[in-house]
Design a protein around this ligand. Sequence first.
Ligand code: SF4
Ligand code: SF4
Length: 291
Amino acid sequence: MGIKEFVVISGKGGAGKTSVTACLTPYFVNTLTADCDVDAPDLDILLKPVVGKTDKISAARKAVVLSDKCTGCGRCRNVCRFGAVRIEQGLARVDPIKCEGCKVCTLVCPADALSIEDWPTGDLYESLTPYGPMVHARLIPGEEVSGRLVSLVRQRAKAIAAEEGCEAILIDGPPGVACNVISSLTGTDLALIVTEPTVAGFHDMRRVWETAAKLRVKTALVLNKTGLSDEFMQPIRDFAAERDIPILGEIPLSPEMRRAVNDRRIPSVAYPDFPGPRFWEGVVEKMMELV
Ligand code: SF4
Ligand code: SF4
């Protein structure tokens, strides 16, 4: 049996995805945790890993001008459809934020003065939490390659999980339904969707479920903040029942969750009676049964 991959997603930011991931972590056995929310990673705030290794990573490529060769002819500027090149003091300058690394400029340069080079986009960390190994990353602000960075986190997580003999990988996915979510979902064994009974929670849960369904990833639900509003509880349950999506648990709205997160602690550890070990063990057991 291969390593099972579980991803926790929500569609909507603020639904409690990272808190639920952190709560589940102590109840998974022989499992590696991976934070794929590389634009705003915060699982490490709750799990407090000790960082063992940091690697600079280059998930993007950019054009670089070799100024000793450039004649300032402007051909590269004229063909760059991203507006990344300007001519200054007789030399081409590339704006790395705008450059998409498409290489078109290199094809027209008569002086062979452009090269496409790896560009630093973030840091990748191999760490250890009290509950097992963890892989996480941080994207340099302004870089838009989070999908590729997510893939790198997952590749490294799989390699370490195999080396360490882990049976499972628990992934904290990004919010939304963009390419970084697709990179987090693709090929996983189960997506646990954390939702809340609000109009945005219900709407975004449906969108992220549709994304998972298109990728043929099995899904299950956890309803967070129940009691926040009765209006959306039944529509969420009906949506799940109509599509055979199991609801693995309901977490009542309570101050404990928020207080633990504010104190940078894992809610299920800081408040072991809320909702209680049996609840978290039950969710993990059901997740395991589904894969
Ligand atoms: S690689 Fe593409 S985007 Fe970057 S400067 Fe050249 S033409 Fe523009
Ligand atoms: S096309 Fe080449 S030589 Fe001309 S400005 Fe651009 S980099 Fe310089």
